[in-house]
Design a protein around this ligand. Structure first.
Ligand code: PAF
Length: 250
């Protein structure tokens, strides 16, 4: 696996790659959910590139950015072991030569759900994903359904800007007790981790949203939202400082 910190170097290497290229963008602290996206890309493409970049423009909260988990050395080992072709680890200067003067804004769905609680979050996500898709020139890019709103917005952006990369959705991967895998789970205390499984359990129950909200609050979750759209139930809730999101098909 070749590691590229320098994007012009990657871009000239990219020109030498033959066959199809799959791309998995990540912010690192890789867990089995990420690895499943990577494995799917390895199956469907001749080559696979992964990026690890903790994108500051999508964090609306400085302390969340500062405490975002990182495990670069073990991430590299995991990616090497499964046969990834290249890893991109760009710096802010590489990703934002414009200092974020240019950005992608979606003006409808992005202001609901997570967008209404994390101002500017999806501008940051869409902008960095557009940059990464243009840098990688991938045939396919893989995104988890856990971040369903993100997935929908990326699909819309790719269509709006005539980007040739095919967006491949991958089902949410869960721990044995149902908690959706997330890098943020590492920030939960032992007690919070036990309680966190209730998020999936409660939203999966065939009860009204109002009842689910009451149950979650009673259990100690601080709710940002619990809403139903596209025949799915979406939730964002915090345990202490750790914000968790999930969604289930109704
Ligand atoms: O889902 C994520 O990890 C991030 O939002 C992404 C897509 C890598 C963009 O920074």
């Amino acid at each position: 696996m070749t590691i590229f910190k320098d994007m012009p170097q990657w871009q000239s290497f990219r020109k030498s790659l033959t066959g199809t290229l799959g791309f998995v963008p990540t912010m690192g602290a890789l867990h089995d959910g990420h690895l499943l996206l990577v494995k799917e890309s390895l199956l469907q493409n001749d080559k696979t590139v992964v990026s690890i970049y903790v994108n500051p423009t999508q964090f609306n909260n400085k302390s969340d950015l500062k405490t975002y988990p990182s495990s670069l050395e073990s991430d590299i080992e995991k990616l090497k072991a499964i046969g990834v072709t290249a890893l991109l680890t760009p710096t802010y200067e590489q990703m934002y030569p414009d200092k974020y003067c240019y950005k992608v804004t979606e003006s409808d769905f992005s202001s609901t759900l997570c967008g209404s609680h994390r101002l500017g979050h999806f501008d940051g996500v869409l902008t960095v994903v557009l940059k990464l898709l243009l840098i990688t020139q991938a045939d396919r890019a893989y995104f988890g359904e856990k971040d369903y709103q993100q997935l929908q917005l990326i699909r819309g952006m790719v269509e709006a800007f005539f980007i040739k990369t095919k967006i491949i959705p991958i089902k949410t991967i869960r721990e044995a007790d149902g908690l959706a895998m997330s890098s943020r789970n590492k920030k939960l205390t032992k007690e919070q981790r036990k309680l966190a499984a209730q998020l999936f359990e409660q939203i999966s129950k065939t009860q009204s949203s109002e009842q689910t909200k009451l149950s979650l609050r009673k259990l100690g979750f601080k709710l940002d939202y619990l809403e139903e759209h596209f025949n799915r139930r979406f939730v964002a809730a915090s345990l202490g400082d750790v914000r968790l999101i999930d969604n289930v098909e109704l």
